[in-house]
Design a binder for this molecule. Structure first.
Ligand code: AP5
Length: 234
């Protein structure tokens, strides 16, 4: 399973990536998590990243490509990976295509999880993330059993620095200007599947899985080509 999860901030990419990782045992490659880990180390680079991420702007493409290409060459990525939060710009997507062509020769499934902006602001204001194992919670949809503590590892739950309303609004603008064009990019390559992210988490997961099965069936010759699935948006 080689996957790209597209979607606005808070669409549910991380939530779905964690479910896929748990069920299929393939790594979630979250560029946001990798960048936050650099910030937490307090390096000179981490300090620069912190300023960019606090504003909700994008980190430069060249730096992201360096980080991702190194990560994708690790042995745990040979049998599959789930890209969460990458690519985020057309140049990143073009570089990724080149990299995969030269290094891996794999067939990738792109799933766009669609959620409208007003729902996103509410979701991110209520999101909490475990500082240790990165499990994602929602105070409204899947709250922890013990307030402030992770059910899985007892780690402390955090409200991300960029989940403040003004920053969320900037992240959404950045998404519409830079990342949403990837929908057309992957559609033109007949790789795009779309899923309605407003459904319950388990229902979104079922639809995401269907997209992979559809690609698999197409490869095995059950259909005449790879389907472009445009699930109806409610
Ligand atoms: P990143 O960490 O990637 O953030 P993001 O893309 O903005 O996405 P989020 O992690 O906020 O949301 P998500 O879609 O994963 O939603 P989640 O599952 O958590 O990036 C952070 C920053 O790093 C960027 O702003 C940028 O500065 C930098 N960066 C990262 N990658 C970069 C790149 N490639 N290039 C340049 N810069 C980069 O869900 C959200 C909430 O909703 C949770 O509380 C969850 O429980 C809840 N939820 C999930 N699904 C549902 C559902 N179906 N129904 C109800 N609630 C749900």
């Amino acid at each position: 399973m080689f996957a790209i999860l597209l979607g606005a901030p808070g669409a549910g990419k991380g939530t779905q990536a964690q479910l896929l990782m748990k069920k299929y045992g393939i790594p979630q490659i979250s560029t946001g998590d990798m960048l936050r880990s650099e910030v937490a180390q307090g390096t000179a680079l981490g300090k620069q990243l912190h300023e960019i991420m606090k504003r909700g702007d994008l980190v430069p493409d060249a730096l992201i490509m360096q980080i991702v290409e190194k990560r994708l060459q690790a042995p745990d990525c040979f049998n599959g990976f789930i890209l969460d939060g990458f690519p985020r710009t057309i140049p990143q997507a073009e570089e990724l295509s080149k990299f995969l062509k030269h290094k891996m020769h794999i067939d990738i499934t792109v799933v766009d999880i669609s959620v409208q902006d007003d729902v996103i602001i509410d979701r991110l204001a209520n999101r909490r993330v475990c500082g240790t194992c990165k499990k994602v919670y929602s105070l409204t949809v899947n709250p922890p059993i013990v307030d402030g503590k992770c059910d899985r590892c007892d780690g402390e739950l955090k409200h991300r620095a960029d989940d403040q309303v003004e920053t969320i609004k900037n992240r959404l603008n950045v998404y519409h200007d830079n990342t949403a064009p990837l929908i057309r990019f992957y559609r033109s390559k007949k790789l795009l599947h779309r899923v309605n992210g407003l459904q319950k988490v388990d229902d979104v997961f079922r639809e995401v899985e269907k997209c992979f099965n559809m690609n698999k069936n197409a490869k095995e010759g059950y259909t005449t080509g790879r389907a472009v699935v445009e699930a109806p948006m409610n």
